[in-house]
Design a protein around this ligand. Structure first.
Ligand SMILES: NC(=O)C1=CN([C@@H]2O[C@H](COP(=O)(O)OP(=O)(O)OC[C@H]3O[C@@H](n4cnc5c(N)ncnc54)[C@H](OP(=O)(O)O)[C@@H]3O)[C@@H](O)[C@H]2O)C=CC1
Ligand SMILES: O=C(O)[C@@H]1CCC=N1
Length: 265
C-alpha cells in the first residue's frame, strides 16, 4: 500500500526514527517528498534521505503532516510541545500512555507501537494498539507503515504494548546475548575467536529461519529435539535445569519495569 498522507517523525534524526524513515522510503510505502523529520540537532547530522524535509521546529513538522510519529526518548517527551489536534499521532515510545499523549498533543486518534532494532534491516516485528477513536483507514495506514519496517500486528489492549516493550521491543537483542555466551564458551575451549564469532552468528541467524517458516511452532520444535534424546536434548534440558526460562522471564519483567520508570523520569 502506498501511503498518501503526509508523515512527520519527531525525533526522525534518532536511531529508530531514521530507521523507520529509511524503511518507509526504501519500501516505496512513503514518497520522501511527503516526509518530514524533526530533531533539535544541526540539520546536517540528519539522515541523508533525498527529498525529505528536515526541520528543528516541531510546529512546522506538525503543520506539514497528517500523521505525526513521536520517536523521542520517553524522558524527552515532557519537552515536546505540539498541537496535533485532528491529526493521527503514532508513538513508538516505551512506557508513555495513550492518555498522556492525548493530554499533551490534543490528538484524539492515538496509536502506540513498539518496533525493534531489526527495523534497521526491515525485519522489525511491530505490535500496535489503536485507541477507540482511530478510524479504520488510519489503522490500515499504521499497518502499512510498520509492514514497511517488517511485520506488524494489532493488539486489542494497550497493556499488551507495555508488555511487548520487553518481548518484541527489547527481544531483538536477545539472540546476540545467546551468541555472545556461546562465543565465550567456545573460546574458553580453545576455538579461535574469529571462528567462534562466525559460527555463533551463523547458528543464531540461520536457525531463526526455522521459526520464520509458515506454521512454525517453537514449542513443537523444542519438544521434537527433546524427544530425539540426542545431544540437543541434553543441551536444552541442562539449560532449563540452570534456569533458562526464569532468566528470560526476569529479563522481560525488567524491561517493562524500566519502561515504566523511564516514562516518569
Ligand atoms: N531503539 C530501539 O530499538 C527502540 C526504541 N523505541 C523507542 O523509540 C524512541 C526513540 O528511540 P531511539 O531512536 O533509540 O533514541 P534516539 O536517542 O536515537 O532518538 C531520539 C531522538 O529524538 C530527538 N529529540 C529529542 N527531543 C526532541 C524534541 N523535543 N524535538 C525533536 N526531536 C527531539 C533526539 O535528537 P536531538 O537531540 O537532535 O533533538 C534524538 O535524535 C524511544 O522512545 C524508545 O523508547 C522503541 C522500540 C525500539
Ligand atoms: O532499549 C530501549 O529502551 C528501547 C525501547 C524498547 C526497545 N528498545
Amino acid at each position: 500500500m502506498t501511503i498518501e498522507q503526509r508523515i512527520g517523525i519527531i525525533g526522525g534524526n534518532g536511531w529508530l526514527g531514521s530507521a523507520i524513515a529509511s524503511a518507509a522510503v526504501d519500501s516505496g510505502a512513503v514518497d520522501p517528498a511527503r516526509l518530514t523529520l524533526s530533531g533539535r540537532s544541526d540539520l546536517s547530522t540528519f539522515p541523508a534521505i533525498p527529498d525529505v524535509h528536515r526541520t528543528n521546529l516541531n510546529a512546522e513538522l506538525v503543520e506539514r503532516s497528517d500523521v505525526v510519529i513521536l520517536s523521542v526518548g520517553p524522558a524527552q517527551f515532557a519537552d515536546v510541545r505540539i498541537d496535533a489536534a485532528g491529526k493521527l499521532v503514532v508513538s513508538v515510545m516505551a512506557g508513555i500512555t495513550a492518555a498522556r499523549i492525548t493530554e499533551r498533543t490534543g490528538a484524539a486518534e492515538v496509536v502506540r507501537t513498539i518496533p525493534n532494532a531489526a527495523a534497521a534491516v526491515r525485519r522489525s516485528f511491530t505490535p500496535w494498539y489503536a485507541t477507540p477513536p482511530v478510524s479504520a483507514s488510519n489503522k490500515a495506514l499504521v499497518q502499512a507503515l510498520f509492514e514497511a519496517c517488517g511485520e506488524a500486528s494489532e493488539v486489542p489492549e494497550e497493556s499488551h504494548i507495555d508488555y511487548c516493550v520487553g518481548m518484541t521491543g527489547s527481544g531483538a537483542a536477545f539472540p546476540a546475548l545467546l551468541a555472545e555466551a556461546m562465543i565465550a564458551h567456545a573460546v574458553t575451549h580453545g576455538l579461535p575467536r574469529a571462528f567462534a564469532e562466525r559460527a555463533a552468528a551463523g547458528v543464531v541467524a540461520g536457525a531463526s529461519q526455522l521459526l520464520a517458516r509458515p506454521g512454525a511452532d517453537a514449542a513443537r520444535i523444542v519438544q521434537e529435539m527433546i524427544d530425539y534424546r540426542g545431544t540437543t536434548a541434553a543441551a536444552l534440558l541442562a539449560m532449563r535445569e540452570r534456569g533458562f526460562d526464569e532468566a528470560v522471564a526476569a529479563g522481560l519483567a525488567a524491561a517493562s519495569a524500566k519502561a515504566a520508570a523511564m516514562s516518569k523520569a
